[in-house]
Write a protein that binds this ligand. Structure first.
Ligand code: ARG
Length: 577
């Protein structure tokens, strides 16, 4: 049930009746309750075209629009805004239908194949906080798209290829020769990388061996590939542990690393040359991009093959586009990386379109995100200035949440406390990130993300337990609550409207790849529920049975909507905490 879409439909019809075709139909949420819940504000723009004062146009629209079933009041305000006050009876009906529907009344969108490239860590290093954002924002969008009926193909474009692997493999091979087991040798990837780098810089002969490894690897030498495979396997296993802890839906089958395109890079270059798109420049193969020229009019230079013949990140991304749009048939491709890569993806798209690797109707959407900052406003680091490993960060989150839970008045066993701490701690880290607009930098702050007040995971998780405890007290299972709704009180009205805005919220998340919109929605839903709970007693003595049933029904719908919304964000709910 999408209120906004329904209103657009009704206003479109009204404009058609008036003989107005192809005009924009701007329906927005009203800013203040006295303006109702929605506002149509297209009359002003029509004034010129129809040569009439906007208020007159608003009046004709009102005469033509059919809102009798939806609205209890429609009025014209200011220069010609049309304010819509939704009717209680209509809200009753809608809420009832939504409550008994497994999909909570959410309509599927027209199915598209959507390739989502997210997480995509570089395997030579341990996952660090920079990968947190890509991983969890990407996963929330993936889950939402799937819920809306799309076919989602996850692509974990891991950095598993390239010259640095020569150095890593040379060091790895030495360690294995000293009878180490692969897992132990790679137990700390950061450390392993550092050791290899030190040897590369200082140890005689090591750099040469590293280079030999690169050459052999690229030539497909079997021994080298087997060694590389072992390295990759252990390294992916590290990522998988983090995914599991984070409740993220990526598994090994979604890994489509850079190496997977290795066989196709020469073809891409040959094709770009044949089409006259890539040309030789100082021994390298490059594409000039006049669309992105600098101030002096010099076109941007996009290198696709180095002068020595080596391929680049860009070459792999061109092969990836061709695979995704062609073989996988992606209608949309979404890529989640930090904002610093924006230019790379813009250039890649231009080149790929010229080469015909992506069709006109197919989209290529780089979804950038800002940085995670420390309290000093600089990129988030450990106390000693190192990169923060994701695994360490999550461990600290669980530990901190554990202390908070233990300090609260609760009747949980120590085992339960531990599991609650995990759900709350991980949820808090994820939610703090998801709830910010992804394009802005944000300051990482333990105290605010773990607070039980405000727009945080603990607040939402706690609000959910409040609803569940209401049902426990009433001796009813919330999922079995029948749909007997009769909206009378203002708080009931507001809550019902908020509940029915779930659908349009999810559509925004799907369109813009912005999970923070869902976070804001859930926070507002929890707040509306808290106000309703204060104003509208439910289990108090003397409450009429039908009112009690209605309020319980609304509460049940709140519980379902919150659980569904949080699960799309990859955040778990609790029965008690
Ligand atoms: N591995 C890259 C990094 O860590 C991200 C890859 C993103 N995806 C892509 N198709 N380039 O920065």
């Amino acid at each position: 049930m999408n209120i906004s879409a329904l209103l657009v439909e009704r206003f479109t019809k009204a404009l058609q009746k008036m003989g107005v075709e192809n005009a924009p139909v701007p329906v927005a949420r009203s800013a203040r309750p006295e303006f109702g819940e929605y506002q149509f504000n297209g009359a002003m723009a029509l004034a010129k075209q129809l040569k009439q004062p906007p208020r007159n146009i608003a009046q004709s629209i009102l005469d033509n629009v059919e809102l009798g079933d939806i609205a209890q009041k429609v009025d014209i305000a200011g220069p010609g805004f049309i304010n819509i006050h939704l009717s209680d009876a209509w809200l009753n009906d809608q809420c009832k239908q939504v409550l008994v529907d497994k999909r909570l009344g959410i309509q599927a969108e027209t199915e598209q194949t959507v390739v989502v490239d997210y997480s995509s860590p570089n395997l030579a290093k341990e996952m660090h906080v920079g990968h947190l954002r890509s991983t969890i924002i990407g996963d929330a969008v993936v889950k939402t798209l799937e819920f809306l009926g799309h076919k989602v193909i996850r692509q974990n474009h891991m950095g598993d290829w390239g010259t640095q692997f020569g150095m890593l493999l040379a060091h790895f091979s030495d360690q294995l020769q000293q009878n180490a087991i692969a897992e132990t040798a790679l137990s700390d990837l950061e450390d392993f990388y550092r050791q290899a780098k030190v040897r590369f810089d200082e140890e005689e002969g090591f750099a040469d061996r590293a280079r030999e490894y690169v050459v052999k690897l690229q030539q497909g030498d079997t021994h080298c590939l087997a060694l590389w495979q072992q390295f990759i396997d252990v390294s992916i296993a590290h990522s998988e542990e983090v995914y599991e802890l984070l409740n993220v839906s990526l598994t090994r089958e979604h890994v489509m690393g850079e190496s997977a395109y290795n066989h196709d890079l020469a073809n891409v270059i040959a094709d770009l040359k044949a089409k006259g798109i890539a040309v030789e420049d100082q021994g390298a193969q490059v594409v000039f991009i006049p669309e992105l020229a600098d101030k002096e009019g010099n076109p941007a230079v996009y290198i696709v093959q180095k002068s020595g013949g080596g391929y680049l990140y860009a070459t792999t991304d061109l092969a990836a586009i061709r695979h995704r749009s062609g073989t996988l048939g992606a209608d949309r491709t979404l890529i989640f990386t930090d904002a610093r890569q924006a230019l790379h993806f813009k250039q890649t798209e231009i080149v790929a379109r010229k080469a015909g690797y992506i069709g006109q109707e197919q989209t290529y959407e780089h979804c950038p995100f800002g940085m995670m900052l420390g309290a000093d406003g600089k990129p988030f680091k450990t106390r000693t200035g190192g990169t923060v490993k994701l695994a360490d960060l999550l461990e600290e989150a669980v530990e901190r949440a554990g202390k908070l839970i233990a300090a609260r008045d609760n009747a949980l066993s120590s085992e339960e406390q531990h599991s609650v701490a995990k759900t709350v701690g991980i949820g808090a880290v994820k939610y703090a990130d998801l709830s910010k607009h992804r394009t802005t930098d944000y300051v990482f702050n333990w105290d605010s993300m773990l607070a039980f007040e405000g727009n945080t995971a603990p607040y939402l998780q706690y609000a959910f337990t409040r609803v569940e405890s209401l049902f426990r007290k009433a001796g009813i299972d919330s999922s079995e609550q029948s749909a007997k709704i009769s909206i009378e009180h203002t708080n009931e009205h507001q809550l019902a409207v908020q509940l029915l805005q779930f659908d349009e919220t999810l559509q925004i998340v799907s369109r813009d790849a912005t999970p923070h919109v869902l976070c804001t929605y859930l926070y507002e839903l929890a707040s509306a529920y808290m106000s309703f709970y204060e104003a509208c007693p439910i289990l108090k003595d003397g409450i009429d049975d039908s009112i009690k049933a209605s309020r319980l029904s609304l509460s049940a719908l709140v519980a379902k909507t919150m659980a569904q919304g949080l699960s799309l964000l990859g955040i778990e709910t609790l029965d008690r905490m």
